[in-house]
Design a protein around this ligand. Structure first.
Ligand code: SAM
Ligand code: SF4
Length: 476
């Protein structure tokens, strides 16, 4: 009888990819995926620690399993990912019925640890070394990942995949827990990355998104030769079957000209660049220890636009960081108004124990002020995003069709000859349109007739819509 696994994932692309790897590993050992907790033998939570709210949600979900575990003591409950690495024994203290705690650098051990629990050996914990726990080479090894295991059935779509090129982070922004949970920055060897990309292409994958915390800082040196992200993009561009290449997240100071030129010159490269600014105030940036000023950010932004005029640039901002004054916030607001990002992710500062920020600075901005700044910035960004979308009205865009739209799924309208579909342009714009489900996985032209801040609405270009409709055939 196969065993069943239920896995819940929150957080960033790294976590989505980690879950894919764990599922692939357990499938090799005979596990099948369960749709709900009741049908599962093993229940895993892949967790995030970036903000307190994400952790609270996981602990609440665990709390709801207390009586379930009493009724089904044979079911194995595991906590994996960044919260497992950060809280370690605390997870067992808060939820004593949890069987496994596994950090993101130890995921390859999950199948064996499950066997240990099944064999009656009690709770199991596998975490990586802390940043000061020994020689750097040993710390790095303890954070290694096991990426070659790819499982197309675990991806949101089989024709899109994340490919990790870098693990960890050495930037140590004072607000951020990631350097502690994911360990030192390490670029994967280019041969490994290319081999994995070929496996993905053979599996029918058309779009690869390279991921790393500061993906554009990627470097790997061996035999006296250093490979940069731009070199990788050139090599990946040669792989047949791969039609789109994206990469996230970029660090402003490492946005070098060779990379921008590669994006400009390689047709498969997406001109979507996520480059978080975090704040528009030099005082706040200095306290965040981001390593650049707002003038540096503007200079970098100018270089992006000069090299790739059509680039879709997006950003992240934290509002209400320690000591942020109204004047500081106004500077952030002004930066958003000036750069006119395609969109921005805006977060209220959440103090993270274990970071320099928590040690050095008080979390002194009242919740109402954080909330107001969050709403004001969001309102500005939405207005900009809507205006930015307007220019696509009447244009034709190339869309990779991802599947049924959320509306079609929630209304149960996702079966039939013609359903509402969703897809993305190469610069990461969401497009919704009606079409036949057999278009899923194809890259097709769509004529845009309506827009909202974050979505373009269109129709499949056919003889009736498109060339003959008088719409200009400009590809965005
Ligand atoms: N490495 C990426 C970078 O440097 O832009 C992002 C990593 S982080 C997981 C994603 C975003 O979460 C950050 O860009 C930041 O805006 C936000 N973030 C990180 N720590 C935070 C905190 N303590 N409170 C609120 N937002 C936070
Ligand atoms: Fe966190 Fe800064 Fe590293 Fe991004 S660059 S993961 S925000 S420490």
């Amino acid at each position: 009888m196969p065993k069943h696994l239920y896995i819940e994932t929150v957080g960033c692309q790294m976590n989505v990819l980690d879950s894919e790897m764990v599922v692939a590993d357990l499938r090799k050992r005979g596990y099948e995926l369960a749709r709900d907790l009741a049908a599962a033998d093993v229940i895993l939570f892949n967790t995030c620690s970036v903000r307190e709210q994400a952790e609270n949600k996981t602990y609440s979900a665990l709390g709801r399993l207390r009586s379930f575990k009493k009724q089904h003591p044979e079911k194995i409950i595991g906590v994996m990912g960044c919260m497992a690495q950060k809280d370690q024994q605390l997870v067992f203290n808060r939820a004593p019925y949890v069987d496994l705690v596994v950090g993101p650098g130890q995921l390859a051990r999950i199948p064996d640890l499950i066997d240990e629990v099944t064999a009656g050996k009690g709770q199991q914990m596998a975490v990586s070394m802390g940043r000061k726990d020994g020689p750097i080479a040993e710390i790095k090894r303890s954070h290694e990942t096991f990426d070659p295991l790819r499982d197309p059935t675990m991806r949101p779509t089989p024709f899109q995949a994340y490919l990790r090129i870098q693990i960890g982070c050495d930037k140590f922004c004072t607000y951020c827990i990631v350097p502690m949970t994911r360990g030192p920055e390490q670029g994967r060897p280019p041969e490994q990355i290319l081999a994995e990309a070929r496996v993905l292409a053979d599996q029918g994958c058309k779009e690869i998104t390279l991921i790393g915390q500061t993906v554009n800082s990627y470097k790997h040196t061996s035999g006296g030769k250093t490979t940069r992200l731009s070199d990788l993009l050139h090599a990946l561009h040669e792989i047949d079957g791969i039609q789109r290449l994206k990469f996230v997240t970029n660090f402003p100071k490492d946005m070098t000209d060779d990379l921008l030129v590669a994006v400009r010159d390689l047709p498969k490269c997406s001109s979507y660049l996520h480059v978080p600014a975090q704040s528009g105030s030099n005082d706040v940036l200095a306290r965040m220890k981001r390593g650049y000023t707002v003038e540096d950010y503007r200079e970098m932004f100018g270089r992006i636009k000069a090299t790739i005029p059509a680039a879709a640039v997006t950003s992240d901002f934290i509002v209400g960081f320690s000591g942020e004054t109204d004047d500081d916030f106004q500077k952030t607001y002004d930066l958003v108004a000036e750069c006119r990002f395609k969109n921005s992710f805006i977060f209220k500062y959440s103090e993270r124990p274990g970071t320099k920020g928590a040690e050095l600075y008080a979390d002194d901005i009242p919740f109402e002020v954080k909330n107001r700044r969050n709403n004001d910035l969001l309102e500005l960004q939405n207005r900009i995003s809507e205006q930015d979308s307007q220019r696509f009205l009447g244009q034709r865009v190339e869309v990779l069709v991802e599947g049924a739209s959320d509306r079609a799924k929630t209304r149960g309208e996702d079966a039939g000859d013609i359903i509402q579909l969703t897809g993305r342009t190469n610069d990461d714009r969401i497009v919704v349109f009606d079409g036949n489900p057999r278009l899923i996985g194809e890259i097709i032209p769509i004529a845009i007739y309506d827009v909202s801040p974050h979505t373009l609405f269109g129709a499949v270009v056919t003889q009736e819509v498109g060339c003959d409709s008088g719409l200009p055939l400009q590809i965005a």
